[in-house]
Each structure stands twice: as C-alpha cells, then as structure tokens.
Design a protein around this ligand. Structure first.
Ligand SMILES: Nc1ncnc2c1ncn2[C@@H]1O[C@H](COP(=O)(O)OP(=O)(O)OP(=O)(O)O)[C@@H](O)[C@H]1O
Ligand SMILES: [Mg+2]
Length: 279
C-alpha cells in the first residue's frame, strides 16, 4: 500500500521542515546520518561525538558492553531520549536530508517515520490484537474500517504473525506468547509505515526459536526499510547485520561492514570485545 493511501489529509504527516534553511540540510544520500552527536544525563556524558552513516535498506547492529551507550544512542535516533528527564543532546541526526533535531521538525512526526521496538514486548495491556496494531492509526485520525482492517492485516503479515492470529484478532494482545507479543509490537510499528525501524535488544527476552523468527523477519523487513538493532548477541549481530558499530564508554570505537568488523577489526579493543575477552 502506498504511503499516501493513509496519509493524514491535513498534510501533518509531512515534515514541517521541508522549508528548513539550508544549513539544516545535508544531501549525503544516506538514510540516517549521525553527526558530531553528544548526549548527557545531567552532567554525565553518555555519548561522545558519535559519527556514522546508514545506507537505506541495510541492517546496522550496535554492539558493546553494558552501559556503553547503545540504548541512549538508538533512542536518540528518533528523539525518544529527550523524553528522559535531565537528558540533553548536542549534534545532529539526519533522516534523509533533514536534521531531526532542527527546531522546525515535529518530534511526533519523527517517531512515525522512525519506529521503535523495545527489549521487552510491550503490547497495550487492555487492547485486543487488532487494536494494538490499529491504535496508532486511530490516533492519527484514520476511521475508515476497511482501511484499518487492510493495514492491520498487512502489518501482521509484515511481522510474520498473521497466520497465527488471523482467526483471533479480538483476543487480548497479552494472551500471546512472548515471541508473538514481540511480533505484535513489530506489527504495531509497521502499521505507521516507518522508513526506519529501531530495535533495542528485541530478542533478549525470547527463546531461541522465537528469536530466530525475529531474525528471519529482519531479513525480510530490510527490503522495505532501514533497520538499526542493538544486540548483545555477537552471533546475532553477525547473522542479521550488514554493518556493525562497536561502542565503548560512550564512544563509537569502530564502524564498518559486519564481515570486516568480525573478521578483521582495525582496533584491538574491538577484537578483544568480539573475541569475548571482556563484555
Ligand atoms: N535515565 C538515565 N539517567 C541517568 N543516566 C542514565 C540514564 N540512562 C542511561 N544512563 C547512563 O548512560 C550510560 C549509557 O547507558 P545505556 O543505557 O545507553 O547503555 P547500554 O549500552 O544500552 O547498556 P545495556 O547493554 O546494559 O543496555 C550509562 O552510564 C547509564 O548509567
Ligand atoms: Mg541498553
């Protein structure tokens, strides 16, 4: 389904910043570009001058030991981090050619274009399977029942959950297994037709079979979107990602094609982490 098919007729789904001044724009050709990005919680710096570019229709894995800033970084990529009290940032994150931190960009629109899936599946507890997927659409004023049904079906197919739930869409979302709940959350994100999907350890609460379903799904989804995933699982990073970013103490130590990072890292720190010497 084309994006316009359920675009907000008021046009609010469009960037406010199309007319942004030229110093806020970049024509790098990358889907996401992080430039000189810093983040603090109070006075404590969590991200230190991060720079990297992400190509469209690729999967990028963020790896590194606990506390190195992976969650802070991924939550900064759709301005979710600023919802944490005391969190401040400096620097830019470009989506296509627009800095999402430009004052002219509406953070709500950013969150629609850059969706997020969390570590712990978090379906809306009181809602049915159907309503979990439709909730964001309804919030955006889409009332047409046929359109809602179509988008819900397409999103559940997109998250490889449709065949398992198509006859029980009215059941509570919470009645599903953990792995199904996570695919429901992915469907919920897909319903907004995001261009980028951020996933923070999406399989860490799942068993190996449910995890491998999500990994297969990531392979499928990258045909349509750009994915950035945090993972503690080195094998998972090697399996699902095209590019890998290794972080340590708030810095991006090394970034490159996954094969190179895993087989031939340029930094000793990366090699030590990948080979399990610390972490
Ligand atoms: N809400 C917060 N308030 C204060 N400090 C925070 C907050 N969230 C994170 N931090 C700090 O920022 C740093 C980076 O944390 P972050 O959660 O991004 O790490 P991480 O790499 O995701 O770790 P993990 O692998 O354990 O999930 C840590 O030092 C952490 O203590
Ligand atoms: Mg984290």
């Amino acid at each position: 389904m084309a994006r316009e098919d359920f675009a907000d007729p008021s046009g609010k789904l469009e960037y406010h910043s199309r007319e942004a001044s030229s110093n806020l724009e970049s024509d790098s050709g990358y889907k996401v570009s992080v430039k000189n990005f810093n983040s603090w919680f109070g006075t404590k710096q969590a991200l230190k001058n991060i720079n990297f570019d992400v190509k469209e229709n690729t999967v990028t894995a963020l790896i590194g030991p606990s506390g190195c800033g992976k969650t802070t970084l991924i939550r900064s990529l759709n301005r979710m981090n600023e919802m944490t009290s005391g969190a401040t940032v400096k620097g830019s994150v470009f989506l296509d050619d627009v800095d999402i931190y430009s004052g002219k960009v509406d953070p709500v629109i950013i969150k629609r274009r850059i969706g997020m899936v969390f570590q712990k599946p978090n379906p809306f507890p009181t809602m049915s399977i159907f309503d979990n997927v439709a909730a964001g659409l309804k919030l955006n004023g889409i009332k047409d029942k046929k359109m809602l049904r179509e988008i819900v079906e397409e999103s559940l197919k997109g998250s490889a959950l449709w065949t398992e739930v198509k006859d029980e869409l009215d059941k509570p979302g919470m009645s599903l297994s953990g792995g199904q709940q996570q695919r429901l959350c992915i469907a919920r994100a897909l319903a907004m037709q995001p261009e980028v999907l951020l996933m923070d350890e999406p399989t860490s609460a799942l068993d190996p079979i449910a995890s491998s379903k999500i990994e297969e799904l990531i392979h499928e989804l990258k045909k349509d979107l750009t994915i950035i995933i945090v993972t503690h699982n080195m094998q998972q990073a090697a399996r699902v990602s095209d590019y890998t970013a290794f972080m340590y103490l708030g810095e991006l130590v090394e970034y490159g094609p996954t094969k190179q990072i895993f087989e031939n890292p340029t930094k000793e720190l990366t090699e030590n982490y990948i080979s399990g010497k610390f972490g």
